[in-house]
Structure formats: C-alpha cells, structure tokens
Design a protein around this ligand. Structure first.
Ligand code: F6P
Length: 347
C-alpha cells in the first residue's frame, strides 16, 4: 500500500538531523511513499505546518548542520486539545505514520502519543548520547570531535601561559561528551555528573602535575556536574529555559574560581556551549543518521510501530519505545576507569 510518511525533528538540534530527513525521503521513494516534512517538531503537527519533501528538496542537505525542518521543545500532550489537533493535521495531510527524530523528551512524548493510537517510529538523536538501548545517538560523534579539537587548541595556550584551563561541555545529567573528548584530548581531569570527585582530589591531582614539572592543566567538566563541596549556588530564573531546565551557565566558572583560589594558579574558563551542536556532521554521524532513516522507513513499511531504531554492536536494531522512556544511559564504568588510568597525577 502506498503511504505518506510525516517526519519531524524535536528538542535541541544536532548535526546529522538533515541526513535522517534525506534518508527517509529517499528510502520512502523506493517504495512509492510520499514524505511530508513537519515544521518545528510537535508544534508543527499541532499547528498544521507541513510541507512536501521531494528528492530535489533534500538534495545537498546531508552535510548541513541543524535541521531544515526547524525544531522546538513543545510538549504535545501538555494541552489535551492539542492531541485532537495532531489527529486533524495527520488527517488533513493524509499522513499515515510518523518518523519522530528526537532526544529523551521528544521520544518520551512519542511513546505516549503512540499509545494513544498514532503510528510512529522513533529515531534517537542528541549530542548527550544519553538514550538507552542504543550505543550511539546522532550528533554525539560530531560533538566529541568538536570538543576534542577545542581541547587541543586550549592545550597550546594553557602551556604557553602556565595556566589551568577549565573547559565546560554539554551534558545535563551524563558525562559522555566530557569523558570521550577528555580521553581523546588528553585532559588532566574529567568531572562528570555520574562520579563524585571532591575539589580536594582535583587539587591534589593538579598539584602533583605541577610538582612533576607540568606547569599547566586541562580540566574538562560536564555542565551538569554537581559541585557540592564548593557549596550550593542558587539558580536565578533568567538562568532557566522555558521548560524550567537549568541553562547550566555556571559549573565551569565556579570550578575555575575555586581552583585558582585554592591553588594560586592562574585559571581561565571556556564554556564551549552551542558550538558543540553546530556545523557539519562527521562522516560517522552522516552514515548513522542515514542508516537510522532507512531503518525507520522499513519499520513503517512493516507496520512495526511504537518502536525506536537503535545501534547495538554495529547493527541497526529496533527496540520498543517503552524500553527507553524515563531512563538515562550513564557513562560506562569501564570507560571512566580507562580515563582515570591515563590521567596523570594522584587520582
Ligand atoms: O539535550 C541536549 C543539550 O544540548 C544539552 O546538552 C544542553 O544542556 C541543552 O541541550 C541545551 O539546550 P538549549 O539549546 O535549549 O540551550
């Protein structure tokens, strides 16, 4: 049966989203399916902002960062009337099934919407790499590359000035980016939300480096790492987004200030922020996104709804959306042990 697929991207953008959109359109065409692009995540489905995607319209987008469809953090089930609007939009544009490309929030909503009878397949994306049941999410590899390059650049200036450089990276609840890029960039300390390390321990490590003649240090910190021993810091309203989530502007600054105070070593702080999410995707992310997009269309063709495509041991598989909601994939303890093994100093 000929179908019309609707594709949407929700939550924070990341490199690789356009490669999924392109793959959905191109794979769909092989089966004679049409694809409609839904603008700005769930919001476009509620508001009826839908455009036709063709082979031509997705030409040349595989290398582009962001999402040509736009995105939003709209919660589609916040307002009960919105669910009826979603049904109406799907009816109006003859959309039979959805490909929902999102992170934890978008996929949790997708799960709830699927249980209400909307046929859909999820695709995991987020630079944070914190979605369970998949080894990698789209965007993570690119973010790790960007942060690794930044650490390389910070090394030369840190060394020249004999400074401590604190690098704050994204990761609200997990430290995947900090850990992988920290290992790849040869960081001297890596602080992540999953593992509590005291400031005393960090100071001991950095002092040992100085004692050994290494007069500079690179400290990588994931934005969501709690810094209990420095003390609680109140989060003003202006440092929260529209969903009430902390924007995490402070962890790196707080840590940098404290290290300089305790060690008496000149310290600078770099918050890499949204640079980590922007620009062109790596080859790995383009290929993963393409494989996910093709697999999602295959699932729609087979009528295997309420699922998410995933990468497990280099194979593309599908898992029930139910298995990923309200869960987080924390860093692998083995990877953390590797980082600790190669970090110099006392720890
Ligand atoms: O969830 C992905 C993410 O990039 C987090 O790492 C980060 O905390 C957050 O999004 C930033 O969100 P926003 O783009 O809304 O500032």
């Amino acid at each position: 049966m000929k179908k019309t697929i609707g594709v949407l991207t929700g939550g924070g953008d990341c490199p690789g989203l356009n490669a999924v959109i392109r793959a959905v359109v191109r794979c769909g065409l092989r089966y004679g399916f049409k694809t409609k692009g839904i603008r700005n995540g769930w919001q476009g489905l509620i508001e009826g902002e839908v455009e036709t995607l063709t082979d031509f319209s997705v030409s040349g987008i595989i290398s582009r960062g962001g999402t040509v469809l736009g995105t939003s953090r709209t919660d589609p089930l916040k307002n009960p009337a919105d669910f009826e609007k979603i049904r109406n939009t799907m009816k109006r544009f003859n959309i039979d099934a959805l490909v929902v490309v999102g992170g934890n929030g978008t996929l949790a909503a997708a799960h709830d919407i699927a249980t209400l009878g909307i046929p859909l397949v999820g695709v995991p994306k987020t630079i944070d790499n914190d979605i369970p049941e998949t080894d990698m999410t789209i965007g993570f590899d690119t973010a790790v590359s960007i942060v690794t390059e930044a650490i390389d650049r910070l090394h030369t200036t840190a060394e020249s000035h004999h400074r401590i450089m604190v690098v704050q990276v994204m990761g609200r609840q997990v430290g995947w980016i900090a850990l992988k890029a920290g290992i790849a960039g040869g960081a001297d300390e890596i602080l992540i939300p999953e593992v509590h390390v005291t400031i005393d321990d960090v100071c001991l490590n950095l002092k040992a480096r100085y004692a050994a003649g290494k007069k500079f240090s690179i400290v990588v910190i994931a934005e969501g790492t709690p810094l209990q021993d420095i003390g609680d810091y109140p989060v003003p309203e202006c440092d929260r987004d529209e969903c009430g989530h902390e924007k995490f502007v402070g962890a790196g600054n707080l840590l940098g200030r404290e290290l300089e105070r305790r060690l008496g070593i000149e310290t600078r702080v770099t918050n890499l922020g949204h640079v980590q999410r922007g620009g062109t995707p790596t080859a790995f992310d383009r290929v993963l996104a393409t494989r996910f997009g093709v697999a999602a269309v295959e699932q729609i063709r087979m009528g295997n709804f309420g699922t998410m495509v995933a990468l497990q041991s280099a194979q593309i598989v599908t898992v029930p959306l139910e298995s990923i909601v309200h869960r987080l994939k924390l860093v692998e303890p083995e990877l953390y042990t590797v980082a600790k093994t190669v970090i110099g100093g006392k720890r």
